[in-house]
Design a protein around this ligand. Structure first.
Ligand SMILES: *Cc1c(COP(=O)(O)O)cnc(C)c1O
Length: 385
């Protein structure tokens, strides 16, 4: 079955009693046991909930994995996965990284005796150099947030296997519609489903998908033990969003390519980062491991002084955090998503104060380009004054 069909059909036919096409929201936290030692399969909603289960089975199937787990947020998903590691363990992590992941590792898990090395995983040899006797896992973000650097998932997973490390991929930016890391050798995938999977800037959620029975059982235990699970109403909202993922992603990508090409022509812009541009350094790997490029475009303006004027003049595009929704959003990483990364680290990576990140929505591309044009022109007038 094709992915478009799997997505549109989530939950259909699963409520056999009523035949409801849209799977209902089971709000009950408790479930009557038929008799001692028997269960309907549902006992207590933290462990399993029928609405959440439809979502979990769907994401597992769509990512090509064995187990799916819905969490209260993307951060809750990462936290649940971190339960796989113990005091003294070391992980290798993408150097350019979502700021919240960096904050969780450096300000929380480092206090629990875990350590992290941030490595430019575009160079698999650098990963080999970073492996220590206590290294237990590698966490890949690709393309990275916000610089859109592309990592060869199969190459990293191969090195990880040789050293018995778990390969974990944050697949938020691509979604399984374009990229399925488990098919490339990864062991675990997670999402901030708040972004493209939800798709409407209206639900906070995280998803995990596991490969193999052993990992599935371990994560099921952690998911229930931590309890950072997704509620039934939000599970329903996420299912509703995921049904249209395929058509949304196609439009996001079509618009993003037009925006990236447009930005390349502008004198106010010095750099454009979009893996769908043939001149992007990760283009060939992206073509090899994914069927598309998604809808995230980052760019640098000429002067940092242009940034406040540009953001103020945007009319259709909202200056707001987050990404992946139908509405276009523009973010300023150095002061928003990546503010908790020390300045030296940020600047070394390239997340400077001239960088903007654009989550291209599904509006008409011409309207987005017109909005950007007038905001870029205004930003240049003011910086020339
Ligand atoms: C937003 C985001 C997260 C965190 O997810 P939340 O749903 O906000 O908790 C993790 N990784 C990436 C790449 C993100 O964009």
């Amino acid at each position: 079955m094709n992915i478009e069909t799997k997505l549109a059909q989530i939950g259909v036919g699963k409520d056999s009693k009523t035949g409801a096409v849209n799977f209902p929201i089971y709000q009950s936290t408790a479930y009557r046991h038929p008799t001692l030692g028997e269960s309907t399969g549902f006992d207590y909603t933290r462990t399993a909930n029928p609405t959440r289960q439809v979502l979990e089975e769907a994401i597992a199937k769509i990512e090509g994995g064995d187990g799916g787990f819905a969490c209260a947020s993307g951060m809750a998903a990462i936290q649940t996965l971190m339960g796989l590691f113990s005091q003294g363990d070391h992980l290798i992590v993408s150097l350019d990284l979502y700021g919240g992941t960096y904050r969780l590792f450096e300000q929380v898990y480092s206090r629990y005796g875990l350590s992290f090395s941030y490595v430019d995983l575009r160079e698999p040899a650098l990963m080999r150099d970073a492996i220590r006797p206590e290294t237990k896992g590698v966490l890949i973000e690709t393309p990275t947030n916000p610089l859109m650097q592309v990592t060869d998932i199969a190459a990293i997973a191969e090195i990880a296997k040789q050293h018995k490390l778990l390969t974990i991929v944050d697949n938020t930016f691509m979604t399984p519609f374009y990229q399925r890391p488990l098919e490339l050798g990864a062991d675990l995938v997670f999402h901030s489903a708040t972004k493209y999977l939800g798709g409407h800037n209206d639900v906070l959620a995280g998803l995990i998908v596991t490969k193999g029975q052993e990992l599935t059982e371990k994560v099921a235990f952690l998911h229930n033990s931590f309890g950072a699970v997704l509620g039934p109403q939000d599970s329903w909202l996420l299912i509703r969003g995921m049904k249209t993922l395929a058509v949304r992603m196609e439009r996001h990508q079509e618009n993003a390519l037009k925006i990236a090409r447009f930005l390349k022509t502008r004198a106010e812009v010095t750099d454009v980062f979009y893996p769908g541009l043939e001149e992007h350094e990760g283009y060939a790997i992206q073509r090899k491991q994914a069927s598309g490029f998604s809808g995230m475009v980052s760019f640098r303006v000429r002067n940092a002084s242009q940034v406040p004027v540009l953001l103020k003049h945007l009319q259709i595009i909202s200056f707001a955090e987050s990404l992946g929704g139908v509405e276009s959003l523009c973010t300023y990483p150095s002061m928003q998503t990546h503010a908790d990364i020390p300045v030296e680290v940020r600047e070394q990576v390239g997340v400077c104060d001239r960088l903007l990140r654009f989550s291209v929505g599904i509006e008409h591309a011409d309207d987005l380009i017109a909005d950007l044009t007038q905001a870029l022109e205004a930003s240049c007038r003011s910086s020339n004054e």
